[in-house]
Ligand binder design. Sequence first.
Ligand SMILES: C[S@@+](CC[C@H](N)C(=O)[O-])C[C@H]1O[C@@H](n2cnc3c(N)ncnc32)[C@H](O)[C@@H]1O
Length: 280
Amino acid sequence: MNKTPEQLYLDLIKKTLSFALWPEPPTLLNPNHVPSGLKRFGVSVASKVLGRAGLLLARNSDFQESQRIEGRVWPEYAHTMIGLKRLDNLQYCIETVLTEGIRGDLIETGAWRGGACILMRAVLAAYGIVDRRVFVADSFKGLPPPDENRYPVDKGDEHYKYVYLAVSRAEVENNFRKYGLLDDHVVFLEGWFKDTLATAPIERLSILRLDGDIYGSTMESLESLYPKLSKGGFCIVDDYAFRGCRMAVDDYRKRSHIDSEIKAIDWTGIYWRKEENRGR
Ligand SMILES: C[S@@+](CC[C@H](N)C(=O)[O-])C[C@H]1O[C@@H](n2cnc3c(N)ncnc32)[C@H](O)[C@@H]1O
């Protein structure tokens, strides 16, 4: 083994954040996590009956290890759902901007329990970087209902109904604290992207990571933040496998004349590097 202490620390952080050190426990069934309909009713009744006897309703997690590596599951305990491949990619992108001196802060729009942002802070800590900040942008109450007039592609999207996706700021702060990584290099942008991103106190970015799931959230992130991405900085998109997100990325790239090569991370994650001569 010839890994440096920094690499060993970051490997452990990634495995911990993604809960890869442990087998996935049974998934607790919570009616609030079921958007609507008969299934929600059934889960609700069963939970109440079992609850009276001090029991919890759970289903066996039949996740394969490969599904967790590729971030294909909504995990019960992990601090991130993006999987090890996308965590590796994030580390690679940050290490590259540090090595090459590409200036700017780091941001993720769509943080959920904070795991990817915690990795960002961990990489800065591992290399003793004190002149960059990590911005954590989220409503901390889940997705907004789709704005069908502005973003017709999002019509009918039900992400906003999932309580599972609503993680409070206090919980995210506490997750940072557990890793010893909550300090003034971490800046929370609390609220809907349409209200927070354009006026965020960010001058320049080296890492722009988008994880807002739908067209509107992806487009609002790109419109507000891509112009602040340094040349040589990385734009990482978590949800390119999903129609809304993909269309927002494709529309924005076309409109902004961005033709930097898109590279695949896994089945849904992609990234590109802002080039010297093209793109706003
Ligand atoms: C799939 S989760 C992000 C997963 C996270 N990156 C991780 O490491 O596991 C999507 C997050 O985006 C947030 N979100 C989506 N659209 C938003 C918007 N328009 N404004 C604020 N937050 C938004 C949700 O609250 C949720 O926390």
